[in-house]
Structures are given as C-alpha cells and as structure tokens.
Design a protein around this ligand. Structure first.
Ligand code: 0O2
Ligand code: 0O2
Length: 262
C-alpha cells in the first residue's frame, strides 16, 4: 500500500483554501467600500482532517492513489449569506469566475437531505502554483444562509457525539428545527429591503463619524477651538441620534480641513 506524506500532500489544498478565502473576502470588501450590498456575509475555510480523509476514503472505497481525483472536499470553502436569494448571487459569481472551473453543483436547498440539511454545493477544479509547478485540485464550496449554517453546525456536533447514530427522537426534532430555520429564512426575505436599509443607515452613520473624528484629529493640530467646537457638535448629534445632523457636520468639517490644506 502506498504511504502518503500527508503534510506535503495537503500543502496545495492549504494554499487553495487560503487563496480562495482572500479572493472572496475581497469581493465583499470591494462591494462594501462602494457602499453596495454584499451577498457574502462571511467566509470560512478548512482543509479536511487527515482522520476524516481516511475515514471517508474507507467509507467510499477510494484507494489512496485516487484521493486527488475522487475526494472532492479536502479543500472546503463555506460562504455564509444573510438571505436565501443571496445564495444564487454567490453561485453566479462562482459560475462567472475565470480562475476556477465548475465540475458540478448540488442544490440541497431545493432538494434538502433526509437529515434536514440545506446548502448549495459547488465542486470546482482550482489551479495552484506550487514550487514544482501548476497543480489542479478539487475544492468544495458550501453556500448557505446564517440560519442553515446554525442548523448544520449544531447537527454536525450531534453527529460527532453520537458517531452518526443520532437517536430517532432527536433526528425528528432536528428535521423540525431545519424546517423552522428555513421558515425563518423565508420570513426574513419578506423584510429584506427593510433590513438592508437599516444596515446601510448604520454603515453610513459609522463611516461619517469616522470621517469627522479624523477631521477633528487633523484640526486639533491646526485650530484647537474649531476642533473642540466640532467635537461638541458631534457628541450632540450622536446623543440626538440624528443622521442628517451627522452628515451635515461631516460636510462642514470636510470644508474646514480642505481650507486648512490650501
Ligand atoms: P471579518 O472581516 O471579521 O469577517 P481566518 O483564518 O481568520 O481568515 P478562519 O480561521 O478560516 O478565518 O475562520 P474563522 O476564524 O472561524 O472565521 C472566519 C471569519 O468569519 C472571521 O472573520 C469571523 O469573524 C467570521 N465569522 C465567524 N462566525 C461568524 C458569525 O457567526 N457571524 C459573522 N458575521 N461572522 C462570523 P475575519 O475573516 O477575521 O474577518
Ligand atoms: P466534514 O468535513 O466533517 O464536514 P456524504 O454523503 O456526506 O458522506 P458526499 O457525497 O461526498 O458525502 O458529499 P455531500 O453529501 O455533498 O456532503 C459533503 C459535505 O456536506 C459534508 O462533509 C458536510 O460538510 C456537508 N453535509 C452533507 N450532509 C450533511 C448533513 O446532513 N449535516 C451536516 N451538518 N452537514 C452535511 P463531510 O464529509 O461530512 O465532512
């Protein structure tokens, strides 16, 4: 039987997970910097544990020499979304990428698993540049809402505790919980616009406050009286919770700073 040096074997998978995470975090940063809504809430990634690889290879009768071709989730990327319809936007983003090739997709949202599990899975071929040249590996994306993620995380720990033999009574409760989580996703979708508006409002307010405090810092070296005056106005606007007051204060502090810079 072939002996594997797992540390070396897993290196390209670790590289792939790190690279893909950076790339998808950048999409989120780019959209948020432009004040646009990001369908990506957060991203996690992991390389499968050696023990899980061996267990899965045994379960599916995959010879060690065929693991690269046949085990699709050694590199795993999980993308969490706030709303169910964001999942399809993320799927489109992946479909349009030039740096990965989709092998196939599994829609466990439309066809939930008997356990109650819901997620959208995409298996891709991804190329990494190693010290010895180009290497293609398979990676699995799991795209899901926060509610689906909550359910899957809890169910995964129970499976671990019961070694995949969850008692029937708990299984039934889990199926009910999965349906309740999906219902929650559907309800949230109904008030999505309202939620996004309030998140935008919060982001606009905090970015205006950051700009004003930057201006106050700058002005405190130039004209301490002006700096104190703006600081007092900012405190009052924050106390009043008045976004328009904060936005107009940003305008006036910006003008003062640019005057000083001339
Ligand atoms: P940000 O800007 O705070 O999202 P890492 O190696 O640190 O990049 P890792 O170890 O793969 O990431 O995974 P980890 O630490 O479990 O979580 C990855 C990112 O997801 C972290 O943010 C967490 O803050 C974020 N995260 C995890 N759970 C939740 C959650 O329930 N809700 C939200 N909104 N975020 C969560 P980053 O990458 O440090 O940056
Ligand atoms: P890990 O790394 O511990 O998460 P399978 O049928 O699950 O043996 P298959 O056919 O390769 O494996 O792929 P599938 O069904 O698409 O599932 C792959 C991964 O999806 C699993 O990885 C889980 O992460 C997740 N998943 C699938 N079904 C369930 C489920 O019922 N509950 C939870 N919590 N997650 C699920 P692994 O292999 O379990 O490993």
């Amino acid at each position: 039987m072939a002996v594997i040096d797992w540390k070396i074997f897993l290196l390209p998978y670790e590289q792939a997970v790190d690279e893909i995470k950076v790339k998808f975090k950048s999409i989120r940063t780019e959209l948020r910097t432009k004040n646009e809504y990001s369908p990506i809430e957060f991203i996690t990634g992991r390389v499968k544990q050696i023990s899980s690889i061996i267990e899965k290879a045994n379960k599916f009768d995959i010879p060690i020499s065929r693991i690269v071709e046949e085990m699709e989730d050694i590199a795993g990327i999980r993308i969490m979304c706030q709303f169910v319809d964001d999942i399809h936007k993320v799927v489109d983003i992946i479909r349009n990428r030039k740096d990965m090739q989709i092998m196939y997709e599994k829609n466990y949202i439309k066809d939930k698993k008997p356990s109650g599990y819901r997620s959208y899975h995409i298996i891709v071929k991804y190329g990494v540049e190693t010290a010895y040249g180009h290497k293609d590996i398979l990676a699995e994306f799991q795209i899901r809402t926060l509610a689906m993620n909550f359910w899957a995380t809890v169910e995964h720990s129970l499976n671990y505790k019961y070694m995949h033999q969850i008692p029937d009574i708990i299984k039934t409760e889990l199926i009910n919980a999965a349906d309740a989580a999906f219902k929650l996703d559907e309800l949230m979708l109904l008030i999505k616009d309202e939620i996004i508006d309030s998140q935008k409002y919060f982001e606009e307010k905090s970015s205006a406050v950051t700009d004003i405090t930057d201006d106050i810092n700058f002005l405190s070296n130039e004209n301490i009286t002006e700096a104190n005056r703006i600081n007092m106005k900012l405190n009052k606007a924050l106390e009043d919770g008045n976004i328009n007051e904060i936005l107009s204060l940003r305008e006036s502090s910006k003008k003062l700073v640019s005057k000083k810079l001339k």
